[in-house]
Design a protein around this ligand. Sequence first.
Ligand code: AFP
Length: 342
Amino acid sequence: MHNTPTSVVTIERFIIEQERLHPEATGELSGILYDVALAAKLIASKVRSAGLVDILGATHHENVQGEIQQKLDVVANEIIIKAMDHGGRLCAMASEEEPDIIPIPEGFRCGKYVLLFDPLDGSSNIDVNVPVGTIFSVYRKITRGVRGEMEDMLQPGRRQVAAGYIIYGSSTMLVYTTGQGVHGFTLDPSIGEFLLSHPDIRIPERGRYLSVNDSYEDDWAEPVKQLMHSYRGIGGTRKPLSVRYVGSLVADFHRNLLGGGVFCYPGNHRYPQGKLRLLYEANPLAFVVEQAGGLACDGQQRILDVNPTELHQRSPLFIGSRDEVEAASAMLAPAALSASTA
Ligand code: AFP
């Protein structure tokens, strides 16, 4: 396969080409990726018109038909469920927006995969026209029954078979991996197609950017404070990283993936596990970053090796360029990361 940014390759064609590399593939995973791409287009069109709601709709709460306006994260959640539940490829889903497993409705066939997703991450940024994103993660079912169960959801991230995200920014991009590198597609809104724009993304080994909300500094443990000081070059130990923090994980992650950098959301005294969710945020982005040559840890161990115990479990996160995450791991949990990735 010799796809370059100058050849016009739709996401559908790319997925088919990837599938051909696996003669044993049944096409089910490809089908999931098509459906995710469809959901992404539907969500993108809603996000694009978010700023027009107050102009076209009657009030803050009612639209022109007199229906109650739903928050966009709820809309995105419904779009994904409706795009995915009837394809016969999934046996259950889980969403950051829903307390429990989302079953496949009666009457539809169940497949051999589960999908976990954060439908609209960073949604508090929508009101101020700042990029938001969708994050997704796919695992093969491990239980024996027809329907997906909690055990299928609570698998360590290293067992993911696909993961990725969609960023609704100045353009809409879908970035995903199935364990064979990381590939990015940009939505051409004039034809409604995702076109291959970033084949085989590699994250620079050294970072340029540091993404962290340092208003929590007073609550950080001493080693975390030291790590952040070192990233900033305080004390002259290294060239400082430039601070860039959007407050939308997907946007911060995407910048660091392309330009090199590290995103940190440490635990603190008040929230020892931080804010981000292991299954919907940390694991999928960790799979992407490792496939691009980077690393992700929680300060104690590699993210992809954490054994989840709860659907909505939170996790500290240090993710991005290899050198920067190794520095985090060396300062916060000496020797742990290098042992698990060796
Ligand atoms: P919202 O969905 O509430 O905007 O949260 C976004 C988010 O989960 C993630 O996208 C950001 O990186 C992180 O929270 C920002 O959290 P802080 O405001 O605590 O820095």
